[in-house]
Design a protein around this ligand. Structure first.
Ligand code: HAM
Length: 419
């Protein structure tokens, strides 16, 4: 039995790497005062019908449940968090800053950087508009990628604003309600053939040359971006951002600033994407709640490919992963008649939060030490005839010291690197 196409099994090493990355990201998000939430993996299909837009809707794994409801596996989190905020808007202290880590499902063609089940790290900020909030979201995205060990030579965040395309339409003598159509064309610029783009633009009433000229204007000079640019500059993050009008994003709900993180080499799909979506809560609550919002999501697939291309970053993450897989302490039972005392001691260590492994069955002391090293334990504790006296051996430095069962926790607390 194989997994379905685009679905992955995660063996311990792979899962530890992902967990190590998510642990770092959760720490960065918390440092930015974001708290964790989650929402159902299965939602009413209607949630995505109106909120996500055609492209995503066509990718939802949807079916009728046994109760005859039309449901879908979540392709993204944004409509769910918007519903959560709208439902408890009064009680929730503003600004609301939430992050979430979980699985998402899209029926896309499995290819490099794209799977059918993938993880996203979502961050959303509700209740604030303008560059203060946009700057905070983009800064957090950059810090999350830096937290993964990537630098400004590895990635850049391309920023745009859907509003500039509104202005463009007006300048071209067209009505603003052509915007969704135009954004769809711009979003596919790199993927569609030029003749196809030109034909689609013609239908809207636009010339390809005019659009290309607009995109070619250096975005950084745009007054729309000035405040955001200086906000990010104040944080020392200007080397990570590029203002680029061609970034418009495929999702229907974005209303202002939009941004995507890309590898500098330009070889991979987007690492992350997000933007401002001020109208979504209003729509979700039929006009009852109107809160501005900005957020983004980073996927696990492309970021893992990025990390493979950066030896320093991947080694550092692999070191975190090894720590998740290895016991801190291996208890060597040198005298079988002390096995009960050893079990009592290792249970109290485990209760205190120390990760402990040991040989379930009698084994030669040399073999137990070998297993301790193979498993990457930091210390071996030898329980022998001298009980309650023990010896504690640092498996890296080979230094050994004597201690007693009663003092062990206290000594370990000082010695363990990874406590
Ligand atoms: P998105 O651009 O559709 O945005 O997805 C964000 C990221 O999820 C992408 O940049 C990519 O890394 C990853 N991703 C998306 N689809 C796949 C796939 N099939 N396989 C692997 N990775 C994938 C959103 O989902 C928005 N809801 C983000 C957001 C949050 N906007 C506001 N708040």
């Amino acid at each position: 039995m194989q997994t379905l196409p685009g679905f992955r099994d995660f063996y311990p090493e792979d899962q530890a790497l992902r967990r190590a990355l998510f642990n770092r990201w959760a720490a960065v998000a918390r440092a930015h005062s974001f708290v964790e939430v989650d929402a159902p993996h299965l939602e009413p299909l209607d949630l995505y019908r109106k909120k996500s837009g055609e492209e995503i809707l066509g990718q939802v794994f949807s079916f009728e449940d046994r109760g005859g409801r039309e449901v879908g596996l979540r392709p993204e989190l944004t409509p769910s968090v918007a519903r959560m905020v709208a439902a408890r808007n009064r009680e929730l202290k503003k600004p609301i800053r939430w992050f979430s880590i979980g699985s998402f499902f899209r029926f896309e063609r499995p290819q490099k950087g794209r799977t059918r089940e993938f993880a996203q790290f979502n961050c959303d900020l509700f209740g604030l508009s303008g560059e203060a909030a946009d700057g905070e979201a983009i800064a957090l995205l950059i810090e999350l990628l830096r937290g993964a060990g990537l630098g400004s030579s590895d990635f850049a965040v391309r920023i745009s604003d859907r509003g500039v395309w509104n202005t463009f339409l007006t300048e071209q003598g067209l009505s603003e309600d052509r915007l969704p159509e135009l954004l769809q064309v711009i979003d596919k610029l790199g993927r569609d053939k030029e003749v196809v783009t030109a034909a689609k633009l013609k239908e809207i009433g636009l010339e390809l040359a005019a659009v290309q000229a607009f995109i070619g204007t250096p975005g950084a000079d745009d007054p729309v971006f000035a405040a955001l640019r200086s906000n990010l500059k104040a944080r020392g993050l200007d080397e990570f951002v590029v203002f680029d009008r061609s970034v418009v994003r495929g999702l229907a709900y974005y209303t202002g600033a939009v941004f995507e993180a890309f590898d500098r080499a330009g070889e991979l799909r987007a690492i992350a994407g997000g933007g401002r979506y001020d109208g979504l809560l209003d729509k979700m609550s039929d006009g009852a709640v109107n809160l501005p919002a900005v957020g983004f999501a980073i996927g696990d697939v492309v970021i893992m490919e990025m990390l493979q291309r950066n030896a320093k970053a991947s080694e550092s993450l692999a070191a975190d992963a090894r720590r998740l897989l290895a016991p801190q302490v291996y208890m060597v039972i040198a005298a079988e008649n002390r096995r009960s005392e050893a079990l009592g001691l290792l249970s109290s260590l485990r209760r205190a939060g120390v990760t402990v492994d040991y040989a379930f069955e009698p084994a030669k002391v040399g073999k137990q030490f070998q297993t301790a090293s193979d498993r990457g334990a930091e210390f071996a504790i030898v329980v022998g005839e001298e009980w309650p006296e023990l010896s504690l051996k640092n498996l890296e430095s080979r230094e050994e010291e004597k201690t007693s069962a009663g003092n062990l926790l206290e000594v370990l607390a000082k010695r363990l690197k990874t406590h």
